[in-house]
Design a binder for this molecule. Structure first.
Ligand code: DC
Length: 247
């Protein structure tokens, strides 16, 4: 039964899951199909991590936690919510590429485990989400950031498949092999799922999709079916109006 009071302009689709589950690609594509905005919350945690590293702070040193917290008040984030044109800025520095670097990837779980960090970034995420009309991707969206979202999807995939996908994303000139990527993913999964503040978690009302044996198009199709069943919202170009026009 479609949920009452949900139209394209207020719809929030929450997509959670571990690294390599296909979240980003699927969420971006679902947002494009539905004419919605898209928020990559992992990019926000990565941008903060880039910034503290840039300031010479080592987030992996537990003694640096207060230095990270001190920086929160002056964190100036700019982030695109256009699924077809993603960029991230800290102050006036474009960090879109830099936040994907291995230094940031190694340190981001430590930064995102700090409760004050999560509190501050929660406010920021809610401001960006506003009244809705958005697909939001992360680790705690269905449980903490958007608990009232009418559509919640939890993507999973086997550890081997997730590592293989991440390894393929890296340039092969990077000497990391699949087993090294798998070890790093396992380390991040453990940290993300075991931290006390808002860990990676599946909402009770989420629909779990195992993407191990599915390609992107199949996962997107399953997500769009779920959105239609739950809310009645269908892809924008099938409404009979222009893309992005409210249903
Ligand atoms: O999705 P990603 O790999 O870009 O996320 C980077 C890190 O950010 C991830 O290791 C955990 C953290 N994160 C989080 O704690 N909560 C979110 N909503 C999104 C990401």
């Amino acid at each position: 039964m479609p949920a009452a009071d949900v139209d394209r302009a207020s719809l929030v689709v929450a997509v959670d899951g571990p690294s390599g589950s296909g979240k980003s690609t699927v969420s971006r594509e679902v947002a494009r199909e539905l004419g919605l905005r898209y928020l990559d919350t992992g990019a926000i945690y990565r941008a903060l991590t880039w910034w503290v590293l840039h300031d010479g702070i080592d987030p992996l040193d537990p003694a640096s936690e207060s230095a990270v917290v001190d920086r929160l008040g002056s964190f100036e984030l700019g982030i695109s919510t256009d699924p077809s044109d993603q960029w991230v800025r800290v102050g006036d520095v474009d960090v879109t590429a830099a936040i994907r670097g291995s230094d940031v990837t190694t340190a981001v779980s430590a930064v995102s485990a700090i409760p004050q960090v999560r509190g501050q970034l929660l406010t920021l995420q809610r401001r960006l989400i506003g009244a809705g009309g958005i697909v939001v991707e992360g680790r705690d969206i269905g449980v903490t950031v958007c608990p009232a979202a009418p559509v919640k999807i939890f993507l999973t995939a086997s550890a081997v498949e997730r590592a293989g996908r991440r390894a393929r994303e890296f340039d092969t000139t990077d000497e990391r092999d699949v087993s090294a990527v798998q070890a790093d993913l396992a380390r991040r999964d453990r940290l993300d799922a075991s931290r006390s503040a808002s860990p990676l978690a599946e909402a009770a009302d989420a629909v779990e999709l195992d993407t191990t044996k599915l390609d992107i198009a199949q996962v997107v199709a399953a997500a769009l079916t779920l959105v239609r069943e739950r809310t009645g919202v269908i892809p924008a170009d099938r409404v009979g109006g222009r893309i992005g026009e409210p249903r």
